[in-house]
Design a protein around this ligand. Structure first.
Ligand SMILES: *[C@@H]1O[C@H](CO)[C@@H](O)[C@H](O)[C@H]1NC(C)=O
Ligand SMILES: *[C@@H]1O[C@H](CO)[C@@H](O)[C@H](O)[C@H]1NC(C)=O
Length: 404
């Protein structure tokens, strides 16, 4: 079915528009938008600019069909309403950002909000195993005498291939949003079409470079904060302590799971590498958070919990993570940027690869990013990083650090 979609001309009817899409293959394109303004306005401009990509994604993303089905049930609708009410009270300005995207792209808000809920809505009536879960990203980070490097494969459902963009934003909150807690933000993040920035990879101008790995606890907390709101809020964090506070989300807590790889640079140019694992706390109104620092050994993370003891799903996300960890650890520990590029380009696995480019795999590497802090660059590759040139090289800017 997937290969059929891939090779034939697909005619889709959606929202009254007919979209005719030719077979796309793997486009070597990295769309980037630079935007400035309030949360709503920034969202609106992203939506307006990438309307076609967003519409095409929501018309073809099979999981969204499931989410819509669940949304039509009473339990699904309850979970949706409760989550939206909670997010409106805790992060009203991010809800406005999503509304901006919906209005700018001319797509229904609820579809974009369902994308944010992800497995929280997908499992609401039927939490069966094995689960065909989202994600499959590998992250590797090292500190060298002169630099720090983070390499990341952005792996996602094959529909996401060619359906992402980078948002480089300067958010200037409205007085009303400021009163509710919004702050000025400067960041750049890769976004899956129609999703909030933050849940992939990027940096903020306070000194944070990050990447995310989806994690899949078995028991979720629908109604609680979806992980994409936590990672959206992380883009505003000024330092490690603030990031930790955002992860804990005291008073409600995260509803699903993820892992966060961070390199924090401070005013003195000292750099620290951390991995945080985050999971729903089934007994309290906060998230479970486990943070580990890495000084001498490399940070390696895929899509399984390595430290928090939480019951996870069974299914391809776990099998793929185990296979990728094994492939990564079969290499010598990385010493420099070249080693990192070699490891994230590994396609030696039979069923699952670190760089997943097989035509029939459900999860594909849609892009790979390499952050090099000596050069202050973020290189984005569409093909293997050790044998292709980056399609885009973005500057990393830590402007807010200089101001402090
Ligand atoms: C998971 O995906 C496989 C391959 O597409 C499919 O055969 C299977 O039915 C799916 N399982 C569930 C529970 O959705
Ligand atoms: C890229 O890395 C892989 C190992 O992951 C290696 O087998 C391959 O030879 C490398 N390619 C180049 C061009 O260096």
């Amino acid at each position: 079915m997937k290969t059929y979609l891939f090779w034939s001309v697909v005619v889709l009817t959606y929202l009254g528009t007919v979209i005719c899409e030719k077979p796309l293959g793997r486009r070597r394109a990295v769309p980037v938008i630079f935007v400035q303004g309030s949360h709503y306005d920034v969202g609106y401009d992203v939506g307006r600019t990438f309307s076609y990509i967003i519409k095409d994604f929501i018309a073809t993303y099979e999981n969204l069909r499931d989410f819509e089905k669940e949304y039509k049930t009473d339990t699904g609708r309850d979970a949706y309403d409760k989550t939206l009410a909670n997010m409106k009270s805790r992060f009203p300005y991010y809800v406005k950002e999503i509304q901006g995207v919906a209005d700018g792209a001319n797509v229904p808000f609820h579809l974009l909000f369902l994308l944010q809920m992800d497995d929280l809505i997908g499992t609401i009536n039927d939490n069966h195993l094995p689960r065909n879960d989202t994600g499959g990203c590998s992250s590797l980070a090292i500190k060298t005498p002169k630099s720090a490097v983070l390499g990341h494969t952005e792996d996602a459902f094959s529909e996401t291939l060619n359906h992402f963009y980078i948002m480089s934003a300067h958010i200037i909150p409205t007085p009303e949003d400021r009163e509710r807690g919004a702050v000025e933000e400067r960041f750049a993040s890769l976004c899956y079409a129609g999703h909030m920035p933050g849940y992939t990879m990027g940096y903020n101008e306070n000194g944070l470079v990050f990447s995310i790995n989806t994690l899949s606890p078995l028991i979720l907390k629908p109604g609680n904060t979806p992980r994409t709101f936590i990672t959206r809020a992380l883009l505003a964090s000024k330092n490690f302590a603030e990031a930790e506070r955002v992860l804990r989300d005291e008073g409600l807590g995260i509803g699903n799971g993820f892992s966060l790889n961070m390199i924090w640079t401070d005013k003195t140019c000292d750099r620290k590498i951390y991995n945080a694992e985050v999971a729903p706390d089934l007994t309290g109104d906060k998230s479970l958070v486990n943070i580990q620092g890495f000084a001498d050994e490399p940070l390696v993370h895929t899509n399984i919990y390595q430290r928090i003891k939480v019951k996870e799903v069974i299914g391809p996300i776990i099998d793929s993570s185990t296979a990728r960890l094994k492939a990564i650890h079969a290499h010598q520990p990385p010493q420099n940027q070249k080693d990192i590029k070699d490891i994230i380009s590994d396609t030696s696995g039979t069923d699952f690869q670190v760089f997943q480019e097989k035509k029939d795999s459900i999860i594909k590497t849609i892009a790979a990013g390499v952050f090099e802090l000596d050069k202050m660059t973020w290189s984005i590759y569409i093909n293997k990083p050790n044998s292709s040139e980056p399609v885009a090289v973005l500057p990393i800017r830590f402007s807010m650090l200089e101001k402090v």
